[in-house]
Design a protein around this ligand. Structure first.
Ligand SMILES: *Cc1c(COP(=O)(O)O)cnc(C)c1O
Length: 350
């Protein structure tokens, strides 16, 4: 039996294909050898992101994971501790990179929606003791992916960053979906990034690019980040073709994130009306919807398999938990169809 092709892919906002206009921009890009500092399009992208985030310098990297890993390794020394939400990507989804590459530990804070406050940070910070790890860095994830796309409010970011400074900690933003947060809240990227030493943007999520992320921070930090970029095999050659896609996305794919947010809300409203489906968390702030099927009487794997037969993909996150993410390649009609498919999958028999 041949598999049904995926018509509506809500597994992740990484599912986007480059648009024709993006591919055209890529073919026009002036390029050179990036490792030699000779790729003008990559340099233009780095300058643009540094400016957008209000930082001195920026560095193009192949992925968001590499942005996090390089930043965490540079902010810490072996034996140090990084504090972040228990749901954070740096904790659960990066192959224990900071332990492997930097010899540092992570102390996770259990918190609803992946957002914690200054007092929770203070409670997590180690008192200086010879035998204790040294608290060194706090990471905030904007938006919080496993927190259901929740937006860290600017006031919370400022309060946590301010408290971090009092404790002598550095502050890093995992900004994989920072621009979703900006579009949802009306707060500028530079304002969100201002309290952080380092911050980065992912271009391969809602912005719709095939590859790319940019890490921004102080000039000397970014110079050191270059050493790690080489070390990890992340230095590139004619990366301008990729950077051109990112520049195109900054011009054309930012404001439209509002459509993804509206589609996520529509899907969530339709899904929540299906018996046995609950939203967890209940508020949909950006493009991520978590479904709790614990009272549906059918497990997530079965629902997913039934959906697949209708050409719909929604991620299985746990035995009774699923995640749907909207993006550039799903329309309003698609999410309506996906919600109908979900209702049938829950009602249907195998
Ligand atoms: C996707 C993601 C990353 C990693 O980005 P890649 O480009 O996939 O390596 C990091 N943090 C969060 C919150 C993410 O969602």
């Amino acid at each position: 039996m041949t598999a049904v092709p995926v018509a509506i892919d809500l597994v992740s906002d990484t599912a986007t294909r480059p648009t024709a206009a993006m591919l055209a921009a890529m073919t026009r890009a002036p390029v050179g050898d990036e490792q030699l500092g000779e790729d003008p399009t990559t340099a233009a992208l780095e300058a643009r992101v540094a400016d957008l985030l209000g930082k001195e310098a920026a560095l193009f990297l192949p992925s968001g994971t590499m942005c996090n890993q390089i930043a965490l390794v540079l902010h810490t020394r072996p034996g140090d501790e990084v504090i972040c939400a228990a749901s954070a990507h740096v904790y659960g989804s990066e192959g224990a990179g900071v332990a492997v590459l930097g010899g540092a530990l992570i102390q996770p804070i259990a918190c609803p929606r992946g957002i914690f406050g200054p007092d929770e940070l203070s409670a997590a910070v180690r008192r200086p003791k010879m035998r204790a790890p040294r608290s060194r860095l706090v990471v905030m994830e904007q938006t919080s992916n496993r927190g259901g796309g929740a937006v860290w409010p600017l006031a919370t970011i400022r309060a946590v960053a301010g408290r971090a400074r009092e404790h002598g900690l550095a502050v890093h933003m995992d900004g994989a979906r920072l621009l979703n947060a900006c579009v949802a809240s009306g707060v500028a990227a530079g304002e969100f990034a201002q309290p952080f030493d380092t911050a980065w943007l992912d271009f391969s999520k809602g912005l719709g690019c095939p590859v790319g992320a940019v890490l921004a921070g102080p000039k000397d930090f970014i110079q050191e980040a270059w050493v790690w970029k080489h070390r990890l095999g992340g230095a590139l050659r004619q990366s301008g073709v990729l950077a051109a896609a990112c520049l195109h996305a900054l011009d054309h794919h930012v404001d439209r994130l509002a459509e993804d947010h509206a589609n996520a809300r529509l899907f969530a409203d339709r899904a929540a009306a299906i018996p046995g489906v609950r939203l967890d968390p209940p508020e949909i702030e950006t493009n991520i919807v978590f479904l709790d099927l614990s009272s549906a009487g059918v497990d997530a794997g079965t629902v997913s398999a039934r959906l697949r037969r209708s050409g719909i993909r929604i991620m299985v996150e746990g035995p009774t938990r699923m995640r749907a993410v909207t993006h550039l390649d799903v329309s309003r009609a698609d999410v309506e169809r996906a919600a109908e498919g979900l209702a049938q999958a829950l009602a249907g028999a195998d």
